[in-house]
Ligand binder design. Sequence first.
Ligand code: GTP
Ligand code: MG
Length: 375
Amino acid sequence: RGGLSVHELANQIVVPETEIIKLLFFKGIATNINQTLDVETAKMVAEEFEILVETAEQESEAKKVTEMLSVEDLENLSKRPPVVTIMGHVDHGKTTLLDSIRETKVAQGEAGGITQHIGAYHVDVTHDGNQQQIVFLDTPGHEAFTAMRARGTRVTDIAILVVAADDGVRPQTIEAISHAKAAEVPIVVAINKIDKESAQPDRVKQELMEHGLVPEEWGGETIMVPVSAINGDNLDTLLEMILLVSEVEDLHANPDSLAKGTIIEANLDKARGPVASLLVQNGTLRVGDSVVAGSVFGKVRAMIDDRGDRVKEATPSFAVEVLGLNDVPAAGDEFEVFADEREARSVADSRSDEQRRSRLQQAMASRRVTLSSLS
Ligand code: GTP
Ligand code: MG
């Protein structure tokens, strides 16, 4: 028997053709709409979608970057660096770890340190003999995840869970685990403060097991790296492990399309006007682009990277500070570049109208509640 085409299969199982092509793509099978699939492959696709439907409720929690991609994007994918968030209980060393990674990497890099706070920074790591990058979000992990939940976009590819070896699993550790699990973001554990006399890394592993994270060396799937954020011990291993996980995650995007992504920070600068840090998640953002960020229109006037250097373009997974927006968008909003400036303006206009309307409706609804509760 000759099987059936992607188009026919799509009709049979009532799933968009593009979704089938995507699924096959991520299974390493390149197809197009007219290509014939053998019966076995068609069956596999049908089963996968059945499973997907069953887990749809969990899936809907966070939209993955791959879901931003069009079929055209899928034909032009390149590897992109992982975007990482650091999470963990109060005082377990998140800030120290971030600073320490930044310092060692800046010291190794060329002259001129990181001067610009843009809400994210890029680190170069040598892995398997190649220089690769990792992007760290500055946003405290739980905030990043809360914003992700609220807006439904996934900004983080990997979560580093910091657990102090002298304190063990604490309430915010557990909360961080459940955030990451809900968003299906893989966790790499940094067991921190191993320089301390009172450090008990094995106890930490045991406690983490009670919360579903089983260390690799005990037959599980979670990479756990003992580190000292304060003296820099084992940070290189931690970074390598992040790249390892990122390889497994197979992170890709299409640099050859119009940029799309998420606002990570935004504020009004007295001298420079509205300033926003954007994380590019697909496509390439360029100076001169017409962008809609949330409901704000802008024409990118300048872009500044985490070293304070002006850049002309930002490829997938890169974060840049952008000047030229007409207003201040909200952190967590999505942004999108349009080929046509007029179209961008009208999209921004209709979105801000929509926002105004929904604010008005909310205000009226709360008024009604107040009135009815009075009577
Ligand atoms: P919050 O932002 O308040 O949640 O804390 P945090 O997780 O960012 O922790 P922070 O980096 O501020 O570290 C808390 C304390 O632990 C500080 O006094 C650090 O100096 C100390 N500390 C962090 N890492 C290490 C480490 O590896 N070893 C030792 N001995 N102390 C550390
Ligand atoms: Mg901190």
